[in-house]
Design a protein. Structure first.
Length: 139
């Protein structure tokens, strides 16, 4: 045990991890692998300065889909065709259903309602349910 290199602050104490690693690795204890040149990071592991293995995840290559995706083009063409057909028939764009106008109006009304609820709670010190008279609800 005394022939081990000191890996701590006290040369008389050999950590259990060091002793186990020395026993496990034998002659190659604290030796670096033969690595020529730069570290290969495409294999999912590297070796640190002590020769310990560092594993990490390999991320897939990034790619950007082309704008010419046929399904997106078909959807845009169908929406434009519907707008053109409605305009030809003299119909105004719909303001009901899942349209941009309806969704914008819904989000604005939700923001106004939330702001009113917060201001009412700050001014009165009571929550919105108690202001509406909903009290004593037991779940």
């Amino acid at each position: 045990p005394n022939d081990m290199q000191v890996d701590g602050f006290d040369r008389g104490i050999i950590p259990a991890e060091t002793a186990a690693r020395k026993k496990r690795e034998g002659e190659i204890y604290k030796t670096l692998p033969n690595d020529s040149g730069d570290s290969d990071t495409s294999s999912g592991y590297t070796f640190d300065t002590e020769g310990l293995l560092n594993n990490y995840a390999i991320e897939p290559d990034m790619y950007i889909e082309e704008e010419s995706d046929s399904s997106a083009l078909k959807l845009k063409a169908a929406l434009q065709e519907k707008k053109d057909r409605d305009a030809a028939q003299g119909l105004a764009p719909s303001k009901f259903g899942f349209t941009e106008y309806a969704e914008t109006l819904n989000s604005r009304l939700a923001m106004i309602g939330f702001t009113i609820a917060v201001v009412a709670e700050l001014l009165t010190g009571q929550g919105i349910l108690s202001l509406l008279g909903v009290t004593g609800v037991v779940w």
